[in-house]
Design a protein around this ligand. Sequence first.
Ligand SMILES: Cc1cc2nc3c(=O)[nH]c(=O)nc-3n(C[C@H](O)[C@H](O)[C@H](O)COP(=O)(O)OP(=O)(O)OC[C@H]3O[C@@H](n4cnc5c(N)ncnc54)[C@H](O)[C@@H]3O)c2cc1C
Length: 458
Amino acid sequence: MADHNFDLVVLGGGSAGYAAAIRAKQLGQTVALVEKDKLGGTCLHRGCVPTKAILHAGEVADAVEDGARLGVNLKLEGIDGAKIAAFRDGIVSGKFKGLQGLLKAKKIDVFAGEGRLVDAKTVQVGDDKLIAKNVVLATGSFSRSIPGLEITGNVITSDQALLMDWVPQRAVVLGGGVIGLEFASLWRALGAEVTIIEGLPHLAPAEDEAISKALERAYKKRGINFQLSTKFESVTQDEYGVHVKTDKGGETIDGDVLLVAIGRGPVTQNIGLEEVGVETDRGFVLVNDKLETNVPGVYAIGDITPGLQLAHRSFQHGIFVAEQIAGQSPVLVEDKNVPKVTYCEPQVASVGLSEKKAAEEYGADNITAYEYNLAGNAKSSILGTAGFVKAIRVNDGPVVGIHMIGARVGELVGEAQLIVNWDAYPEDVAQLVHAHPTQVETIGEAMMALAGRPLHAI
Ligand SMILES: Cc1cc2nc3c(=O)[nH]c(=O)nc-3n(C[C@H](O)[C@H](O)[C@H](O)COP(=O)(O)OP(=O)(O)OC[C@H]3O[C@@H](n4cnc5c(N)ncnc54)[C@H](O)[C@@H]3O)c2cc1C
């Protein structure tokens, strides 16, 4: 049994945890980072990075089909699932090596093993006791299922889907949120018949309703089936695949796989929270606006805290908490102003309040919403994409929400989040110049329209 003393111990080496460790080290703290599996966590190994790698394969397959529109006649000769998997794994392992090198270069002490809080200042990992002035909990999240729905065989979550080296011919996707939409889009692009089952009335239910409806039209056009306001009832498996029943009755929905994508729960069991008295709600660790738990000196960051589960929010949490502990006065961007991107085709990206939420917060008569159609944007026409940018302002006040749908709009969310987070007025942005022809002009056009001086719009 060895005791080690640090300024800070971080439990969990995912996006949130390693960001906290790096920033704390930069600020002169001694830091221990505890990881039981692989540094980089969900995002690098089972989330953002592998999904986006395989989604790129889907984009390339779509481009082959799009070629004929502009006179580039291509033929899709086949999809090599094993090679796509190798591409995915190559990207992940390259980034993993990079991260390990980064943490080594920054001389962060990494402890490999399962850690547990034994008191407010001590994390135990095997025979090592890591004692610190402050402890940061960053143990992340896991793919949830519903009671009675066992993840086994061809009933899978994103964890198993990201290990597949083959493409299903028929896929049933339970859940029309970000993860479900991305896999549905990918598998469709690679030739699968896809059916999404969503319990709520819309796909992408966390987005502005106009975006959800536009996405539904786009998915219908792509031949992606979906059943809304529909509850999963049961699934059976046999040598022909999975057979899913819903509360709508009728025929079973058959597939090679059933992807369960109904959300993620916090990894907070058996890490010592009860013993130390850290307050939780349905497993999520409760924190104040400084990410402090109810136990002095114990912080929680990333997916184990209630709210958006996104890697860039986790990075922000990590940086914030390190600066807070080092005595600085960092600013925490509220969840509502954290940008969100769904990397399906067409992409969905947003930041700030939906029209409904803005109306609730400011009053329906005190806001103005404007939709700029991508049809008016030359670059979008070249790409052959439909969609729009919807911006919401407070009358005589700032822009409080920007919501976008269309190919590549994820890249536009950078400017959108500056506008919303800097409380910019449309008049401020309308006088700035957007390069032509780019898709980001659509944000400029929406701002010009909201400022009462539309250019390429009626
Ligand atoms: C399929 C999928 C796609 C996604 N795509 C995106 C995307 O495109 N963009 C985006 O922003 N987000 C995306 N996400 C979400 C993103 O991955 C998470 O929000 C992010 O990884 C959360 O970071 P975290 O550090 O809080 O948790 P995690 O990344 O889960 O890291 C927690 C770490 O703690 C370790 N750990 C747990 N318990 C212990 C213990 N007792 N001792 C030691 N170590 C422990 C775990 O092994 C893990 O490495 C995606 C998620 C999934 C599943």
